[in-house]
Design a protein around this ligand. Structure first.
Ligand code: IP8
Length: 265
C-alpha cells in the first residue's frame, strides 16, 4: 500500500458543514473549527464530506439516485456535480486556510457505480498524494453508473472503500448529533444516547422507525455502511461535530461522548 502508518478517515456529514434545509448554506465557522481540531491533534487523515444542501435538494427533486429516466435529469445532474464541486472548493479553501495541505479528488472522475453502489474506485491518487504528505479530500457526487447511466455516490460509500484500502486507525463520522439514540430524538421525550450499537440493537430501532431523509437513504442506510466498516475490525464512531473538541479528542484517543459501532462479524 505504501502507507507507512495508520491514519484516520473522517467524514464531515452534510448536516454539519451545511444547513441541510436551506440551499447553498456553508457552515464556514464550523468547518474551520473542525479542521483546526485535526491540525491540533496532529494526525494524518483522509477526509470525505457529504453534499448537504448543495446536493440533496436538487438530486431528490430530479431523482438522480434512480439513474437516467429522462432528458431533464441531464442538466440537473450537471448542476449537482457543479454544486458539490463548489462546496468542495470551500472545504478545500478552509483546509488551506488552517494550514493543512489538502488536495481534492472528485469521484465523478475516478468512481464507477453499478445500481447506485460503487463498482470500482481508483485508489492510486489517494495513496500517492497521502504518501507525499498531502491530505486527500473527496465528497458525495454524481457519478457514471454501469447499470443505470448515472447515480449518486455517497460520502458514506466512499468511507467504506477508503476503509477497505487504508485500514485506518479509526473511521470517524462527524454528525450534528451526539450519536445514535435509542429512539429518534424528535419523536421521543427522553431519548437515550447509545454509547455502543450492535446489529441487534440496530435492527430493533430500525423496525420502529420508517423515517427516510435524503437521496442516499436514512440514517439506517448510513449505519449499515458503518457496520460494514466496523466488520473490517476497524474502530468506527459517530460523534457530534457541533460540540467543540469532540473530534480532536477522538483523534487523540480520548474517551468522548459518541456512539461506537460494534459489529460481531
Ligand atoms: O451527502 C450525496 O452524498 P452524501 C451526494 O454523503 C449527492 O450522502 C450528490 C447528493
Amino acid at each position: 500500500m505504501g502507507v507507512g502508518f495508520r491514519m484516520f478517515i473522517i467524514k464531515f456529514g452534510g448536516s454539519v458543514i451545511t444547513d441541510k434545509k436551506q440551499k447553498y448554506t456553508f457552515e464556514r465557522s464550523t468547518i474551520l473549527r473542525l479542521i483546526s481540531e485535526i491540525k491540533e491533534a496532529q494526525k494524518r487523515t483522509l477526509v470525505v464530506h457529504g453534499a448537504g444542501s448543495f446536493g440533496h435538494i436538487m438530486a431528490k427533486e430530479y431523482e438522480l439516485h434512480k439513474g437516467y429516466k429522462n432528458e431533464g435529469q441531464i442538466q440537473a445532474a450537471a448542476g449537482v456535480q457543479k454544486d458539490v464541486k463548489h462546496l468542495n472548493l470551500m472545504v478545500l479553501d478552509s483546509f488551506l486556510e488552517i494550514g493543512i495541505s489538502a488536495v481534492s479528488l472528485a469521484p465523478s472522475s475516478f468512481v464507477i457505480n453499478e445500481n447506485g453502489k460503487i463498482k470500482s474506485m481508483d485508489m492510486g491518487s489517494f495513496k500517492r498524494y497521502f504518501d507525499m504528505g498531502f491530505t486527500p479530500i473527496t465528497f458525495g457526487d454524481v457519478v457514471l453508473d454501469d447499470a443505470i447511466s448515472f447515480s449518486i455516490c455517497s460520502g458514506d460509500q466512499l468511507m467504506l472503500e477508503l476503509a477497505r484500502t487504508f485500514l485506518p486507525e479509526k473511521a470517524i463520522f462527524v454528525a450534528d448529533i451526539d450519536g445514535i439514540f435509542s429512539s429518534a430524538p424528535q419523536s421521543d421525550e427522553s431519548p437515550k444516547l447509545l454509547p455502543t450499537i450492535d446489529e441487534d440493537i440496530f435492527l430493533s430501532i430500525k423496525k420502529s422507525d420508517s423515517h427516510v431523509d435524503d437521496v442516499t437513504g436514512s440514517i439506517y442506510g448510513k449505519l449499515e455502511i458503518m457496520f460494514e466498516i466496523a466488520s473490517l475490525g476497524l474502530e468506527t464512531i459517530i460523534l457530534n461535530g457541533r460540540v467543540e473538541n469532540r473530534l480532536k479528542e477522538a483523534l487523540q484517543g480520548k474517551d468522548i461522548v459518541c456512539t461506537k459501532i460494534e459489529s460481531r462479524h
